[in-house]
Design a protein around this ligand. Structure first.
Ligand code: GDG
Length: 480
């Protein structure tokens, strides 16, 4: 006798990793979610986006289009964990022009309040356009009929427009991980109209903060005279929605790591190695000029100089992860940070007890979680940041319910993490006062604020973020 067919699980039994829609999903991002191992295999790469989307694709058997990370790598499509991976080749020249150049030396500074002068070069723009077209053509060739395509970040803003022309049957979404600048800044870009037209190929464009969505709608209106109403732009006979989807982290994963016995042991070791100070202050950032690392070091130095903090009791640990080392502005920033660390240590350290511990390294994620737990005061002081996941990871790691987060108003996370000590990092005195307030905060207030932070991040983790975006995209595609 035949076995009875297995019963379909009802919605309540669905795996939390299952996607919220039943159409095929195709993701496109600059990088594939895997990296090569020493024995020429592939392993999932670390990083928030991969942690958010990879389990879902594994569950549904989806597709991911991206660059492998190696120059001129025209690897054939392959499958890892049931996820179809389609490499897009990027030449060594294009890495310099499209990635280091246009993406990270023109768009990145412009989108972050023009903190550095952007380089605008037609050669870089041509490479950006060529790589974007290559991504769009790959997507057009492989996306199943009527599927949902979700494109990520500032490196790929022209992809939706080209893809829409080729495949009008698709539902196309885009999420910008960094801020979308005010029109006054955006219109400096010589190719501003092409970028807006590219994004208007979408059914839904997602932003971290309401200001990003509003800036985008305003730019579409000003540059293309596009009609708009509430959160929608009407262009080329179609409606393009602009939505707000603040990204988050895998809260359960960070909590589980923080609770592990190995982590607890590591926390005591870290504090002992630091000389058992009363207060461990912590910074964790990619070494990027948007993150305000120098500003925070200067505030710490001034507090030591004025005697408001005592170097015998207060130490700072700064992890600065190497990033974009080929871009000159990043080399300058590193030199400035290292000069400051040297100056502060020279002035305020004693033998065997540096007052600033500086690591220019990428640490394993579990070491980072141990550091978060060891940190009494976390300093997140960017001049401008799309969201800032470090702020959320710090709160998730503090399962002990203690710890204080000092957070820049200019990080997207400030919209949600209102129990942090919020500060304007451009205001030296306010930043110094915020650090002292955090260091001296009464235990009762610390615990109350940390409870508020933890409630907030538990309400919205990264799986929820992906599900909300995809459900909204599915609905937007069905409507138009
Ligand atoms: C962009 C936007 C937005 C850092 N050092 C190490 C390490 N990290 C990890 C952190 C965190 C991630 O890198 C950094 O995320 P952020 O959000 O802070 O910043 P960006 O890299 O600038 O990210 C940002 C984000 O996209 C997501 O949309 O929030 O605004 O700029 O997860 O843990 N990880 C490991 N070792 C390190 O030394 N393993």
């Amino acid at each position: 006798m035949d076995e009875p067919p297995p019963s379909q699980p009802d919605a309540s039994e669905q795996s939390p990793d299952a996607p919220p829609i039943d159409r095929p999903i195709v993701i496109a991002a600059n990088r594939l979610p895997v990296m090569r191992t020493d024995d020429h295999g592939w392993t999932p790469s670390p990083g928030g986006l991969v942690r958010a989307l990879y389990p879902m694709l594994r569950e549904s058997g989806g597709t991911w289009v991206g660059w492998t990370g190696d120059p001129d790598d025209a690897a054939d499509p392959f499958t890892v964990d049931g996820v179809d991976l389609h490499p897009v080749a990027v030449t060594a020249d294009e890495i310099e022009l499209y990635y280091e150049g246009f993406s990270n030396d023109a768009l990145w500074p412009l989108y972050h309040d023009a903190l550095r002068e952007s380089t605008y070069s037609i050669e870089q723009w041509d490479a950006y356009r060529a790589v974007n077209e290559r991504f769009a053509i790959t997507l057009a060739n492989i996306a199943p009929e009527n599927s949902v395509v979700w494109i990520h970040d500032y490196q790929l803003q022209l992809v939706p427009g080209v893809l829409r022309e080729q495949r009008p049957d698709l539902t196309i979404g885009f999420f910008l991980h960094i801020p979308f600048p005010p029109v006054e800044l955006f219109t400096r870009l010589p190719w501003r109209t092409e970028i807006i037209r590219g994004l208007l190929g979408c059914d839904l464009v997602g932003f971290q903060r309401p200001t990003g969505a509003a800036n985008f709608v305003a730019a579409a209106h000003q540059l293309l005279d596009a009609e708009h109403a509430d959160d929608s732009v009407f262009y080329d006979g179609r409606e393009v929605q602009a939505g707000v989807f603040p990204i988050s982290i895998d809260v359960a994963e960070v909590e589980a790591m923080a609770a592990g016995r190995a982590t607890r042991r590591q926390v005591s070791q870290i504090r002992a190695r630091l000389g058992d100070p009363e207060v461990v202050m912590l910074g964790v950032d990619r070494l990027d000029y948007t993150k305000g690392i120098g500003l925070r070091l200067k505030a710490f130095a001034k507090l030591l100089e004025d005697g408001r903090l005592d170097p015998a009791h207060n130490v700072m640990v700064q992890v600065a992860t190497p990033t974009r080392e080929a871009v000159e502005a990043y080399q300058d920033e590193r030199a400035e940070i290292e000069r400051l660390v040297g100056e502060i240590n020279g002035r305020f350290s004693s033998i065997g007890l540096p007052v600033v511990h500086y690591l220019y390294q990428t640490l394993p994620y579990d070491d980072l979680v141990a550091l978060y737990r060891a940190g009494d005061v976390m300093l997140v002081t960017p001049f401008r940041d799309g969201m800032n996941l470090v702020a959320k990871e710090y709160a998730a790691a503090h399962i002990d319910g203690d710890g204080v987060l000092v957070l820049s108003e200019f990080a997207g996370a400030a919209d949600e993490l209102t129990d942090a000590v919020l500060v304007n990092p451009h205001d030296d005195r306010a930043l110094q006062d915020a650090i002292v307030e955090a260091v001296e905060m009464h235990r009762h207030e610390r615990r109350e604020r940390m409870a508020g932070l933890r409630d907030q991040i538990r309400k919205s983790d990264v799986q929820g973020w992906a599900h909300r975006f995809l459900a909204a995209l599915d609905a937007a595609g069905t409507r138009s």
